[in-house]
Design a protein around this ligand. Sequence first.
Ligand SMILES: [Zn+2]
Length: 205
Amino acid sequence: MRLVIDWDGTVTVSDTMDLIVREFGDADLVDRFSDAFIDDSKPLPVTLQHVVASEMATIKTPLDEVVDWLLENVELRPGFLELAERERPLLLSSNLRQLIQPLLDHFGVEADLLANELVSDGESGWRVHFGGEICPVCGERCKRPKLPPGEVVYVGNGYSDRCPALASSRVFARCGLARYLDTIGSPYEPFGDFHQIAAALERPA
Ligand SMILES: [Zn+2]
């Protein structure tokens, strides 16, 4: 079994991409895309890559300043550090590697990380490179093709977790992902923090 965990809103209490775009970029754009995310049963009217690229392009602050701010403002969900130490999870994120790895280093977390890449953080706005394959199921560069082979326990909360959750053997979900799975009648276990997940992993699904 491999434990695969989403980052924003799952490990972190608040979505850190929303936090930094609101702090350093165009907060109105976050609100506009949040409205687009509200329908829990339908796909987005644009690709998730378009949302990420558009929001990041409004940030003109150097990366290290943004990372310093994040280190002061991020809050991790209780139990994550303990579970990560026990399971060495794969973190699978639509956010940028350069915004996640410094936080993992700061908190002493040893985990594997697959995320998107910041290409440049210049005055003309941040530019992002989206790696990975096109998913044969949803047609986007989603997280599903990045799942490890074999049995996966997936933990997530949002839109980007829909497709990979459906490919996983066991799912822990909250917020929008939970509502989506309710809508389509797909099983999951709700969670509030990672202590609950650690306890649930001791029991068979
Ligand atoms: Zn997909």
